[in-house]
Design a protein around this ligand. Structure first.
Ligand SMILES: NC(=O)c1ccc[n+]([C@@H]2O[C@H](COP(=O)([O-])OP(=O)(O)OC[C@H]3O[C@@H](n4cnc5c(N)ncnc54)[C@H](OP(=O)(O)O)[C@@H]3O)[C@@H](O)[C@H]2O)c1
Length: 250
């Protein structure tokens, strides 16, 4: 990747859809060279071509993939730890260990792998920023959601720990915790069941990916001394993880 030395680079994980894709577009519009990572390279390449970014295959659950991805980055100013999601909705008694492994590997260890690998470059940039997309599930537990809520709590604690460990270093840290955003999230959670996924957003006006992307853009455009620590953002129709105002559907 050959870039002029003063081009600022933003890495967005999970940039092939939803919040990550919208964030990549927003940061590119703000002048960053965006490096988009995810497993579906075809999608990344289309988006990267539109925004003048770089598409690189990335599986955050795979050490070699993370190493190969990070090795080609000339510099990193912004890291958006966004890759993640949920699998299933089951009581603890019926917990599927493979679903748990997927959620922990992707949300928690994926964030750890990417952050560890890119921290030296973020520090070297002189004004690094790490944005981690957690969830309202990082603040509360809800019935049948323990695999996801525990993973998001762990991901958030990893991120929040860095705020202290990096004091004195030129790196800012922002946690963004969204409520319901209509993306492919529920489709993935319910194994491709479109009807079940649609029910999650029935009767509410959910957030859209662009709402979160604009927040990332705002965070990334603050001056270096301003650190937005935590941002919780929900649809007006949502009071808490499982509490919604839904209008009746005809
Ligand atoms: N939607 C919501 O209601 C909501 C609410 C709160 C928090 N969040 C969080 O927001 C983040 C983005 O989710 P979204 O709503 O935008 O859902 P999404 O549309 O399903 O996007 C998830 C992204 O993560 C990527 N991904 C999944 N596994 C990966 C892996 N092993 N390696 C690299 N990339 C991987 C996916 O790309 P590939 O499949 O191509 O790899 C995809 O680009 C997630 O961390 C999610 O937990 C979502």
């Amino acid at each position: 990747m050959s870039l002029s030395p003063d081009t600022r680079v933003a890495v967005v994980t999970g940039a092939s859809s939803g919040i990550g894709e919208a964030t990549a577009r927003t940061l590119a519009a703000q002048g960053f060279h965006v490096v988009l990572g995810a497993r579906r390279l075809d999608r990344l390449e289309e988006i990267a071509a539109e925004i003048g970014g770089t598409a690189l295959e990335l599986d955050v659950t795979d050490e070699d993939s993370v190493d190969a991805f990070c090795a080609v980055l000339p510099r990193v100013d912004v890291l958006v730890n966004n890759a993640g999601g949920a699998k299933g909705l089951a009581p603890v008694l019926e917990a599927d260990l493979d679903d748990w492994r997927w959620m922990w590997e992707t949300n928690v260890l994926g964030t750890l792998r990417m952050t560890k690998a890119l921290l030296p470059k973020l520090i070297e940039s002189g004004d690094g920023l790490i944005v981690t997309v957690t969830s309202v599930a990082a603040f509360t537990a809800y019935d049948n959601g323990s695999g996801y809520t525990s993973a998001k709590h762990a991901q958030a604690v990893l991120h929040r720990t860095l705020r202290g460990e990096l004091l004195g270093k030129p790196v800012r840290l922002t946690e963004i915790a969204p409520g319901a955003v209509e993306t492919e999230f529920s489709l993935v959670r319910f194994g491709g069941d479109e009807e079940r996924a649609a029910k999650v957003y029935e009767g509410i006006t959910p957030l859209v990916a662009q709402d979160i992307a604009e927040i990332v853009g705002f965070v990334a455009s603050r001056p270096p001394h301003v650190n937005l620590d935590q941002i919780i953002v929900k649809p007006r129709d949502q009071a808490d993880s499982g509490r919604f105002h839904r209008t009746a559907q005809s």
